[in-house]
Design a protein around this ligand. Structure first.
Ligand SMILES: [Zn+2]
Length: 800
């Protein structure tokens, strides 16, 4: 009966909005073969080991549960970087199956007419809310998926009163293994080396894109992200459950989240403590008085500021998002995680009506442009994104990204004026009176300097897409009045005019990628002293590549100083997983997106075989990639040189490569330190506090390595680094001398004597005069996010 009543109510409200079709399945679920030799039993970074469910067993397990159940749907929603399936399991009482499209339509109604959605909910208490549980986004944190499998089994097959009550009120969506590559290889990152739980603003990886699509599909009311391992963070507190310490990002409607996040966390803690007698380890039986809840138990150190983490990203879609950190990598850890999720489900069930009303309130505030807890003017009325006619690719990428994130974008049907500026027809506008205004703002704003707000931040504190992707987004604080059409999808092919030679401006990642495509297909390309490119070819030889690039290419005369380029083979030094990360991975992806042939080489490869066959060697990442195993922290030792002879061979082979005309490019702080220790520079390399990061003003000299960049331009630092004693260098760029050269992020001097103020005006990109060695202190390829700065690397690579 209940189901029936819900159904008719849903239908009534669905009439108000177009019912979206149920999203197509990504094809039949297939068994995949995982090479047993690839599948690891443990990670040396985990203190404990146990017989966790291997990825190759996951689908068998799901299928066997499914055979006993009529509540469950298994789908494959795409594949990981290495091509492994991404399983999604949806569990609901059988009456709800087949109505998912309508339930999702109700969710969509929240963005169209939130007041109606709230009224409907008040009158129809039988509605079901989606709750999403993300399994093991970090490959080494095995207990998440194991707990998810146990939860799936329970909710698919059991009929006790708790199970029935939860299913009467919720739809459970399990992202069963968020990171199959990492689970198979027993590493934290995915197959590309990217930490997926840092990728939610960039969304460069297929796993992240899948989760974003899933969040958009359901707009879950609660989002739980399963992690490990945190024990005794405070005495006798085992595990960690968010909400977080300050600072909270000002683009949240945090007051509404806060109303339920602490009671949710405490409900999870209560469930764990009620089951205490069933744990077997003494950590749990003898030393567990509760769980560490950062916001309750601390004042700083575990913040929810950047939208790079999965639950924080989900917050912008209105979810009550929590990171759950199990204490140990064993069956007790699985139990802890299972208990946590059960506690959250009970809390959501008890409070769903009030919780969802507040979730909808977030969207209502957005649509009504009514933010009672924000200072006046925090949100602009609109962002205006003009399009560069010659190279629209960067703005197009931005608009696509916004659309993929459920943000409405319109396009002006004619020219208009706003904020004292005139914009052309075709300009994109992001009006801020929309449901997901908070997400739009966190992506499009400039950010803020929060260095004085807290002693230390957990990760990055600035990510502005306009500044770091390199497009204009003008914030205007007046209403924009122009006829404009909703943008649904973006098309846009490149065009070619004239008979050649063709000028390719050094203006974007796509432009450089086009140059590399042409070089690989054998087209002659020259580069002038300003960094622009000239394709010496007939139109028909380049038209296909230009179409794909999206650029508007014209014929131009080739300047006399333009020099021919050749297709270059780039080797990047591979971090195999020091401190559980692959510190080179972002730069590797950046170079690939610039169109270079990039091979990853390990330090041992270079020591054993040298760099024959490569033109350029890129070092980006921790200085420890070239450390001796004996000097390294336990689990890192597997990645270090076994003896001093290997390090000597590495140096000798690198020296020989440079002698033969090879080029060496270092990117970032760790690589700069390594460059000095290798004797490739006589500069003094100075680093600030390793936790500092953000967007900075940089004065680029604008030629050679910094062609296309100017004075008072932008850069990004992550552990800021600069160089002194640069007499033997050409200094290509310096930090700005302005007192406020630090634009946004977190950089204070509490833990370093190398102060922020002392960095002003210091060299940050240098090229050795007598060696083919360039050091870029800017994080030009940071996590595949800093598109605007990628060309510093292509410039350095192409420069003679
Ligand atoms: Zn984790």
């Amino acid at each position: 009966m209940k189901g029936k009543k819900t159904m008719s109510g849903l239908l009534a409200i669905s009439l108000l909005a177009a019912i979206p079709s149920v999203p197509a399945l990504a094809g039949p679920v297939k068994w995949t073969n995982v090479n047993a030799y690839e599948e690891q039993n443990e990670s040396p970074f985990n203190k404990e080991n146990y017989d966790f469910v291997k990825f190759s067993q996951v689908y068998k397990k799901l299928e066997s549960i499914n055979k006993q159940s009529n509540r469950m749907k298994i789908e494959v929603k795409g594949t990981s970087a290495n091509g492994n399936p991404l399983y999604v399991v949806t569990i609901a009482d059988p009456a709800s199956h087949g109505k998912f499209g309508k339930i999702q339509a109700l969710r969509k109604q929240m963005f169209k007419n939130p007041q109606k959605a709230q009224d409907w909910i008040a009158q129809n208490p039988d509605f079901k809310v989606p709750v999403m549980i993300n399994g093991s986004i970090h490959g080494t944190e095995f207990v998440g998926t194991d707990a998810v499998l146990q939860l799936i089994e329970r909710f698919a097959t059991k009929s006790d009163s708790t199970t029935k009550k939860i299913l009467a009120n919720n739809i459970l969506i399990f992202n069963v293994v968020q990171n199959p590559d990492g689970r198979i290889g027993a590493y934290r990152f995915n197959g590309e080396g990217i930490d997926l739980n840092r990728d939610f603003i960039t969304q460069s990886q297929p796993e992240t894109k899948e989760t974003v699509a899933l969040i958009k599909e359901w707009n879950p009311m609660v989002f739980l992200d399963t992690h490990g391992y945190v024990s005794n963070y405070a005495p006798n507190k085992q595990g960690l459950i968010e909400p977080c310490t300050p600072p909270h990002n000002p683009n949240y409607e945090y007051d509404l989240f806060e109303k339920w996040s602490m009671s949710g966390a405490e409900a999870m803690e209560k469930e764990i403590m009620a089951d205490k007698a069933n744990y077997s380890g003494s950590l749990y039986r003898d030393k567990m008085d509760g769980v560490y809840i950062p916001q309750r138990d601390d004042s700083a150190g575990w913040d929810d500021y950047p939208p790079i983490f999965t639950p924080m990203y989900a917050l912008y879609h209105g979810a009550y998002g929590h990171t759950l950190e199990a204490p140990t990598n064993d069956l007790d850890g699985v139990r802890w995680m299972y208990n946590s999720v059960m506690g959250a489900l009970k809390h959501a069930t008890e409070n769903k009506q009030a919780m969802i009303t507040d979730q909808i309130e977030i969207f209502k505030r957005g649509i009504n442009f009514d933010h009672p807890f924000h200072r006046e003017g925090h949100f602009p009325k609109a962002y205006i994104l003009p399009v560069d006619e010659k190279d629209p690719t960067v703005t197009r990428k931005a608009v696509s990204h916004l659309l993929n994130n459920d943000i409405d974008v319109v396009q002006a049907a004619k020219a208009f004026t706003a904020g004292g500026k005139t914009y052309a027809k075709g300009t994109y506008i992001v009006k801020m009176d929309q449901a997901k205004a908070g997400l739009a703002n966190t992506m499009l704003w400039d950010g803020e300097d929060i260095s004085d707000d807290t002693p230390v931040m957990y990760d990055i504190s600035a990510w502005s897409l306009p500044e770091l992707w390199g497009f204009t987004a003008d914030a205007v604080h007046e209403s924009v009045n122009v006829t404009a059409a909703k943008v649904n999808n973006l098309t846009g092919q490149g065009t070619l005019s004239g008979k050649g030679p063709f000028l390719i401006p050094n203006s974007s990642v796509k432009a450089v990628s086009l140059v590399n495509t042409l070089l690989k297909q054998g087209t002659a390309v020259k580069r002038d002293s300003k960094g622009n490119f000239y394709a010496l070819a007939q139109a028909n030889q380049v038209s296909e590549a230009v179409k794909k690039s999206g650029l508007q290419i014209k014929t131009a005369a080739v300047p006399a100083d333009a020099a021919p380029l050749k297709s270059l083979k780039v080797a990047i030094l591979k971090d195999q997983g020091i401190w559980k990360t692959q510190s080179h991975a972002g730069t590797k992806l950046s170079l690939k997106r610039l169109g270079f042939d990039v091979a990853e080489v390990t330090a041992m490869d270079v020591a054993a075989k040298g760099l024959a066959g490569y033109d350029v060697f890129v070092y980006s990442g921790t200085e420890e990639i070239i450390a001796l195993a004996e000097d390294m922290y336990g689990p890192n030792k597997q990645f270090g040189f076994k003896n001093a002879g290997q390090l000597q061979d590495f140096k000798a082979n690198l020296g020989a490569f440079l002698d033969k005309g090879g080029k060496y490019v270092a990117v970032g702080a760790g690589a700069s330190i390594a460059t000095a220790s290798l004797g490739l520079t006589d500069d003094t390399v100075i680093t600030a506090d390793p936790n500092s990061n953000g967007i900075v003003n940089v004065d680029y000299d604008g030629d050679t390595v910094t062609a296309g960049y100017g004075k008072n331009d932008l850069g990004f630092v992550f552990q800021p680094v600069w160089y002194t004693n640069t007499e033997n260098d050409k200094v290509e760029a310096t930090f700005s001398t302005k007192p406020d050269f630090f634009v946004a992020g977190h950089w204070n001097d509490l833990y370093s004597e190398n102060t922020r103020d002392s960095a002003r005006g210091k060299a940050v990109i240098v090229k050795e005069k007598d060696k083919n060695v360039t050091m870029i202190g800017i994080e030009a390829g940071f996590r595949d996010h800093t598109d605007y700065l990628f060309r510093l690397m292509s410039n350095a690579i192409f420069e003679k």
